[in-house]
Design a binder for this molecule. Sequence first.
Ligand SMILES: Cc1cc2nc3c(=O)[nH]c(=O)nc-3n(C[C@H](O)[C@H](O)[C@H](O)COP(=O)(O)OP(=O)(O)OC[C@H]3O[C@@H](n4cnc5c(N)ncnc54)[C@H](O)[C@@H]3O)c2cc1C
Length: 336
Amino acid sequence: MLNVTSDTPSIRSIAIIGSGLAGLTAGILLGRKGHHVRVFEKSRGPGGRMSSKRVSGSSADIGAQYFTVRHPEFLAFLKAYAGADNFAPWQGRFGFQGDDKQWQAFPEETRYVGVPRMTAITRALSEHVPVTAQVRIAKLERVGEQWRLICTEGNDHGSYDQVIITAPPAQARDLLEASGLNELAGGLGHSEDSILACWAVAAHFEEAPSDDFDAMRPDSDVLYWVANNSSKPERNDQGQWWVLHATPEWTQAHVEEPAEKVSEQLLAAFYELTGYQGAATDAVAHRWLYARSVQQEQPGYLLEPGLGVGLAGDWLNGGRVEGAWESATRLVEALG
Ligand SMILES: Cc1cc2nc3c(=O)[nH]c(=O)nc-3n(C[C@H](O)[C@H](O)[C@H](O)COP(=O)(O)OP(=O)(O)OC[C@H]3O[C@@H](n4cnc5c(N)ncnc54)[C@H](O)[C@@H]3O)c2cc1C
């Protein structure tokens, strides 16, 4: 039990922008230190790119497919705050196709997923920190020693001693520029170009369209990744839901295309890949404008201590689920 009161001088009010894994991690760790924390999220619920889409009779993980754990502290954090029941290893058969078109198995590694869907993890984490959803923060205004948060509707969402931004780089940059924090925005360099877009399609099949692998990285100009979402633990689907991700290059070339056309084209590539003769009974497409980070520089996090503004997120630390957690953890340590 923390023995702190709001009179304790080191106790601060901290706003966190974004409720993906980085934002929720920062919120939980700062709350544990006794700070007054509030997370703001522009979408309807928490999760960010660890997202699942509702599909008829089920849900499908259309963002992060799985995550690995290199730091035992990450696993300990998830067990403590997401709960051991909300994630589990995915015992799927994973294959990739080399340049010679031959298939090989992925290296042995434990790959975790949320159960019964990826968002189970961030939903559970969000119970430990207050989250205000459906509020897009447009700018920060300096008021004395604090930052006032203003949303796109022009409403005032309170004043805070410190602000942590966990939005992807292009969105973080817009926010910093709108707040007059041009130096910090300039420090992001061209990082807004370093998260690639991705078209994702969730498709339903009455029967298994492929028996070789549960998840595949094909050598394809169109498909980057295909996976049998129903092979993940505790899905209990009727038939099978598959998730198809387009390559960054294909996505970029078709970024403005209507979702139905994208579904048709990704499915055609999938049928060619698997030799499946049937047809999907349902398909929904989702466009990620910011999906995978290919950022070269990896400072871990960014912090302007004099201003009390920090940035965390996967794109500052390896571009993956565990990287988002580590980035937030390191920023919280640096904030003291
Ligand atoms: C298609 C795809 C496949 C992937 N596959 C894998 C994988 O297999 N393994 C893996 O480890 N990683 C994978 N990733 C990457 C992984 O999802 C991310 O690394 C991780 O989820 C990033 O977490 P984050 O908190 O840094 O950012 P996000 O999850 O992007 O969170 C940022 C949040 O900020 C919110 N936000 C932005 N601007 C504002 C604003 N102005 N006001 C309020 N809220 C705002 C956003 O809505 C979002 O919820 C994948 C990602 C995608 C999209």
